[in-house]
Ligand binder design. Structure first.
Ligand SMILES: *[C@@H]1O[C@H](CO)[C@@H](O)[C@H](O)[C@H]1NC(C)=O
Ligand SMILES: *[C@@H]1O[C@H](CO)[C@@H](O)[C@H](O)[C@H]1NC(C)=O
Ligand SMILES: [Zn+2]
Length: 393
């Protein structure tokens, strides 16, 4: 029997693979999972071959999968993602890459993704994105994510497919550079702490615990904290630099960057944060390294960061979440320890932590003990990523 794909090419249609026609709320045209993140920030309504997405928060996504494990799409690199929509095109599209084991129970899952800004590719409700614009390992594709919906106007999707060529007369823009999105240390046997914002009252205790443990870590600092003399953060991070820790960017005022309207505010956040860290802490700050406030992700953030730092940016996410945001102030703060054990067991090796709550800081020695118990070496994020500019171990 001739395969459907062969028949399509025989009659000269450009459709290569129909991924989603929104016929069912549970699965797509390939019989694979599709669905939205759960939560108050997004409403997804299926009906008559359409999906309508209305989001009030840029942190929510709709996903449609090529494969529950890994799909090799390297052969489609010269082809195009075609999406039909009506309503707002003000969102991002990501192609997700699975971890090396193609196993969603391991951490990180997904391993990474690359992302484009849909308005750059939209004409009259037709979106065409060259698959070559997604810089991921295409042997391990999981599927597409539609995310970071910036408008209060809904988006209605009616088709997601791969086509072999563009309609006549249609052109696509050049790829806007994005830095890699990193969830994991790459150096063998390494593990790293990325520590974000905190409160001044807990800063000295945190520094003392890190000093006592004899480890080097990476701090991601909010620019505005450095400009507030009462917080003493400029002195604290200068001392951290003197002790050989890495200090990197975490925005100027800690907003959900991708949701800022107009988008020029995202540029301002990066520019102000860069000039502030350089002015207050000098040239030793790792300005190419950035952690997104709230882990908020989107194409504009990735592109504008890359531009602001002059190329070579790295967005540092995590594969061990201590879940201080969930348990730090709860009646069960010990769940932070359970969260660390769980993510280490899944293979995570890059922490996200803060020093916002006394309970978190009191568990810090325990987190460090658990990290050491893996047998891996604790180091700065740039060292665990084998950055040639990182100091030697
Ligand atoms: C500010 O931080 C520095 C560096 O850790 C420390 O030496 C100094 O005592 C701190 N000042 C205050 C007022 O806490
Ligand atoms: C970081 O990871 C979290 C959890 O996987 C995810 O929700 C978030 O979008 C990621 N953030 C970035 C900037 O990639
Ligand atoms: Zn933060």
């Amino acid at each position: 029997m001739l395969s459907p794909l062969f028949l399509l090419s025989l009659v000269g249609l450009s459709t290569q693979l129909v991924i989603d026609k929104f016929a069912s709320p549970d699965s797509n045209a390939l019989g694979n999972w599709h669905g939205c993140d759960e939560g108050d920030g997004i409403t997804c309504t299926f009906g008559s071959g359409k999906l309508t997405v209305k989001a009030t928060d840029t942190d929510y996504s709709f996903y449609t999968q090529l494969n529950g494990g890994c799909q090799d799409v390297t052969g489609m690199n010269s082809q195009y993602l075609h999406v039909k929509i009506s309503g707002s095109s003000d969102f991002s599209i990501a192609l997700q890459q699975n971890n090396p084991s193609c196993d969603e129970t391991l951490s990180p899952y997904p391993q990474t993704w690359d992302i484009v800004y849909a308005p750059d590719y939209t004409v009259n409700g037709d979106i065409y994105v060259p698959l070559s614009h997604f810089n991921i390992n295409k042997q391990k594709a999981v599927g597409f994510a539609f995310k970071a919906f910036r408008s209060t106007t809904a988006t209605t999707f009616s088709l997601v497919e791969i086509v072999t060529s563009l309609p006549s007369g249609r052109t696509v823009p050049a790829k806007k550079p994005t830095g890699p999105l990193i969830f994991q240390c790459t150096r063998p046997n390494s593990i790293a702490f990325g520590i974000d914002d905190g409160v001044p009252e807990l800063a000295q205790r945190t520094m003392q615990i890190i000093k006592d443990a004899g480890i080097k870590v990476t701090f991601f600092t909010v620019g505005s904290a450095l400009t507030d003399p009462e917080g003493n953060f400029t002195a604290i991070y200068k001392e951290a630099l003197d002790r050989g820790h890495q200090v990197a960017l975490h925005s100027m005022t800690h907003p959900k960057l991708e949701g800022l309207i107009p988008a020029s505010k995202i540029d301002q956040e990066f520019q102000q944060s860069l000039s502030t860290v350089q002015q207050k802490l000098g040239s030793r700050v790792s300005t190419k390294y950035f952690r997104a406030p709230y882990g908020t992700d989107g194409a504009l953030t990735r592109q504008k960061l890359e531009t602001a730092v002059g190329g070579g940016s790295r967005v540092i996410n995590w594969s061990i979440d201590i879940e201080d945001w969930l348990w730090g102030e709860s009646s069960t703060p010990e769940k932070q320890v359970e969260a660390v054990k769980r993510d280490i067991a899944r293979g995570g090796n890059l922490f996200v932590s803060h020093y916002l709550y006394p309970s978190t800081v009191e568990y810090f020695p325990e987190f460090i003990r658990l990290a050491k118990a893996t047998g891996k070496q604790i180091m700065r994020v740039d060292q665990c990523l084998e950055d040639p500019n990182a100091p030697p171990l």
